[in-house]
Write a protein that binds this ligand. Structure first.
Ligand code: PLP
Length: 338
């Protein structure tokens, strides 16, 4: 295998050399005015990617840090959290809620199918005291795109905070935080934003702030109130070089145009789906209309070992694709289009 194989995994993605170069600039003092101006400017620019007017915070950590920030800031022990689970990453919200001693109510949907909106309606009616609802927009483990807009329409009329993980889609697929009534949107740097791993981002709505202010959170490093109080540079040393990289990445997105970028992902995903099916592979998601634009999950024909197939791609073609995760380990392949 070459030193620089073609990464076609669903993150981390290949980082443009322009971003790498930007990250080699000298370190600025993180409490100085030059860094603060840069930091605040990137936060404003991220609002366009999130499609939000809400607060956005840059956290030091991988995407899971933003998931944990969301849950841990709105729950106290015993609080009920409805977790909509149809894959590995949506299951992570359930684990986090349990870790913070909330009472997670898991609503399971088959892996490979999308979250069923009627099931959510029932869950909200059965648990009107739920303090939060968690969901993953783009379930990377199954290649399924979930109906956040439709679920948001239901959650907005309740007291629950709507928490959505967009880690493997934001910047590569259409996502409208405000129009879809998402109170806390969590994402990460190493997927569609084409940055190295290490930054997490979270948006916080007014509705979420009201809950956060009334919650005795047990989070310390990820206590969002402290980030709000220290907006200009984050309360703890931010990863300065990654913020330089973020600026370069947002420049590249501006130049391409977000709409064109989204369309590019759709086109690549469609081509991969069409060509893979011609070769005898089948889509893992239960129907084409719920397929993700950023990662395609496929079953390989009988008699072909997905692990061996990945090995051939790696050893003979220098192309890295992903296998299945958790219960799908050894069953499917996943191709990233990010
Ligand atoms: N959620 C989704 C949908 C993901 O795809 C991933 C990573 O693949 C994660 C969460 C976890 O993100 P991280 O590894 O950046 O913490």
């Amino acid at each position: 295998m070459k030193e620089d194989p073609l990464l076609m995994i669903p993150g981390p993605t290949m980082v443009p050399s322009r971003v790498v170069r930007a990250m080699s600039a000298p370190i600025l003092p993180h409490r100085g005015s030059a860094f603060s101006a840069l930091f605040l400017e990137q936060i404003e620019r991220l609002k366009k990617i999130f499609q939000t007017k809400n607060d956005i915070f840059i956290l030091c950590g991988s995407g899971t840090a933003a998931m944990e920030a969301a849950v841990s800031n709105v729950v106290e022990p015993g609080d009920k959290v409805i977790c909509l689970v149809n894959g590995k990453f949506s299951g992570r919200f359930y684990e986090i809620a349990g870790r913070f001693k909330a009472t997670p109510v898991v609503i399971n949907f088959e892996w490979g199918s999308a979250v069923d909106v009627e099931g959510v309606r029932e869950a909200l009616a059965t648990h009107p005291d739920a303090k939060a609802v968690t969901m993953v927009f783009n379930e990377t483990s199954t290649g399924v795109r979930n109906p956040v807009k439709e679920v948001g329409e239901l959650v907005k009329d309740t007291d629950a905070v709507f928490i959505v993980d967009t880690i493997s889609a934001l910047g590569g697929d259409e996502f409208r935080t405000d129009d879809w009534h998402v109170d806390m949107c969590a994402t990460g740097s190493q997927k569609c934003l084409a940055l190295p791993p290490g930054l997490a981002f979270i948006s916080v709505s007014e509705k979420a702030w009201k809950v956060i202010e009334a919650t005795d959170s047990s989070s310390y490093y990820l206590d969002l109130r402290r980030y709000r109080d220290d907006k200009a540079h984050a309360p703890y040393t931010p990863p300065v070089t990654l913020v330089y990289g973020l600026k370069a990445s947002l420049d590249i997105i501006d130049e391409e145009g977000l709409d064109r970028r989204i369309e590019r992902h759709r086109r690549l995903a469609r081509i991969v789906r069409e060509e893979a099916q011609k070769m005898g592979l089948t889509l893992f998601p239960s129907s084409e209309d719920i397929c993700s634009s950023t990662v395609t999950a496929l079953r390989v024909p009988e008699g072909i070992d997905p692990g061996k197939l990945r090995g051939v791609l790696r050893d003979e073609f220098d192309i890295i694709i992903a296998g299945g995760q958790a219960q799908l380990k050894g069953d499917i392949i996943r191709i990233g289009h990010m």
